[in-house]
Write a protein that binds this ligand. Structure first.
Ligand SMILES: Nc1ncnc2c1ncn2[C@@H]1O[C@H](COP(=O)(O)OP(=O)(O)OP(=O)(O)O)[C@@H](O)[C@H]1O
Ligand SMILES: [Mg+2]
Length: 381
């Protein structure tokens, strides 16, 4: 657990952080967000004592950080620096090995750890271990930054705009990987970003700051539906219903009881699958998605070729680990009212516009239950 109590940082007359208090339970992700200069980096760097607080207390796992030696503290807190900050003269492997070497790990232990971490962040160890930072793309460098922070398996991770320097597509990819890694490793994380969608997707709780002060600390749903003041409301943006879809994974909302026709030998398909449905998905003998069948056409006596529309799962399906928001935008792009869900091409379910609608309605009632408080639209004085 990380606990900040009335934390203050002053630089002369400037108060960069002004009485901030919040708690991050063990294994949760807190996303720290707010406009440029609001004090995010300063708050983060006080937790590992790269900046000394002017007031208040900070505890990490029940221990006041002022009672630990800074170097000792930092070995238990992974840190991903804003704008990556890899050592340019060190290879990827040596960058990742920085903290384990400080901790005195033997080479026999460090080498496999480097391979393990590169695989964890989705890079081939044989290809990447010997590269230098200048030979990496922005997204690859960000992954190495994350691998380096995880190297000694610290329970706490501080990440300062870890995906800030990559294009939106790669960013979505890195977010998905971060979510996967976090489900596996369950670190206690404080993650700084400017990007509201990123915050909504990754946070268990969001801490929204402005001018050094905490405006609201709550779940993404609560910030969207019960903003504490007008600043929070405006910062979270107008398309709240759509943003909420960014919280739900396709795999959690998809239908799995779908009718499927199989391709049989001799170019036929099992027509019985049609039943009452107008369309059913078509898979091959290995369960790979191949297209869909218009059952109506079959009933009318048309040929299989006429009744089947072939599709490429890479283009016309979605993965279970993306958000409903991203699935919806793919559906709109393709003009589909429903879309198959595949894992490496294997059909595992489907998402329909009506199931997306149902998710929006049910999350509404869920939120109403969670938060009994009425919404105040007043600015705090
Ligand atoms: N060493 C310093 N001396 C004086 N003022 C500082 C110092 N470091 C930060 N500040 C001021 O403190 C405030 C908060 O800075 P901080 O870097 O924490 O912002 P941030 O929220 O991380 O911004 P960004 O989103 O741009 O990274 C800013 O107004 C900044 O100018
Ligand atoms: Mg910053």
């Amino acid at each position: 657990m990380i606990r900040l109590d009335n934390v203050v940082k002053r630089y002369g007359d400037t108060t960069a952080v002004d009485g901030v208090s919040f708690e991050v339970p063990t294994g949760e992700v807190c996303v720290l967000i707010g406009p440029s200069g609001c004090g995010k980096t300063t708050t983060l760097r006080m937790i590992n004592r790269l900046i000394e607080p002017s007031g208040g207390t900070i505890e990490v796992d029940g221990r006041d950080i002022m009672s630990a030696r800074p170097e000792e503290l930092r070995r238990h807190i992974g840190y991903v620096i804003q704008s990556v900050g890899l050592f340019p003269h060190l290879t990827v492997a040596d960058n990742i090995a920085t903290v384990p070497r400080l901790l005195g790990w033997k080479d026999e232990r460090i080498k496999p750890r480097i391979g393990e971490l590169l695989e964890l962040v989705g890079l081939d160890p044989d290809e990447y271990a010997g590269k230098y930072p200048r030979q990496l793309s922005g997204g690859e460098a960000q992954r190495i930054g994350v691998a380096r922070a995880l190297a000694a398996d610290p329970p706490v991770l501080l990440m300062d705009e870890p995906f800030g320097a990559v294009d939106p597509l790669n960013r979505g990819h890195l977010q998905g990987e971060f979510a996967r890694i976090q489900r596996e490793l369950k670190k206690t994380v404080i993650f700084v970003t400017h990007d509201v969608d990123e915050a909504i997707r990754l946070a268990d709780r969001i801490a929204l700051m402005r001018d050094g002060r905490l405006q609201q600390y709550d779940t993404p749903e609560a910030l969207l539906d019960h903003p504490a003041n007008k600043f929070v409301h405006d910062f979270m943006g107008a398309d709240r219903a759509l943003k909420r879809l960014g919280r739900v994974l396709v795999g959690d909302a998809m239908r799995t009881d779908i009718e499927v026709a199989r391709i049989l030998d001799a170019g036929d398909i099992d027509r019985d699958a049609c039943g009452d449905a107008r369309f059913v998905y078509l898979v091959d003998g290995n369960g790979l998605l191949r297209g869909w069948v218009d059952c109506h056409d079959l009933d009318e006596g048309r040929s299989i070729d006429d009744a089947v529309t072939e599709i490429d799962w890479r283009e016309a399906s979605v993965a279970p680990d993306i958000s409903l928001k991203d699935a919806l935008s793919t559906m709109i792009g393709l003009g589909f009212r429903s879309i198959p869900v595949t894992e490496s091409g294997t059909l595992v379910g489907s998402i329909t516009l009506s199931s997306i609608e149902a998710t929006m309605t049910s999350s509404d009632s869920h939120i109403t239950q969670l938060s009994g408080e009425t919404l105040s639209s007043e600015e705090p004085s």
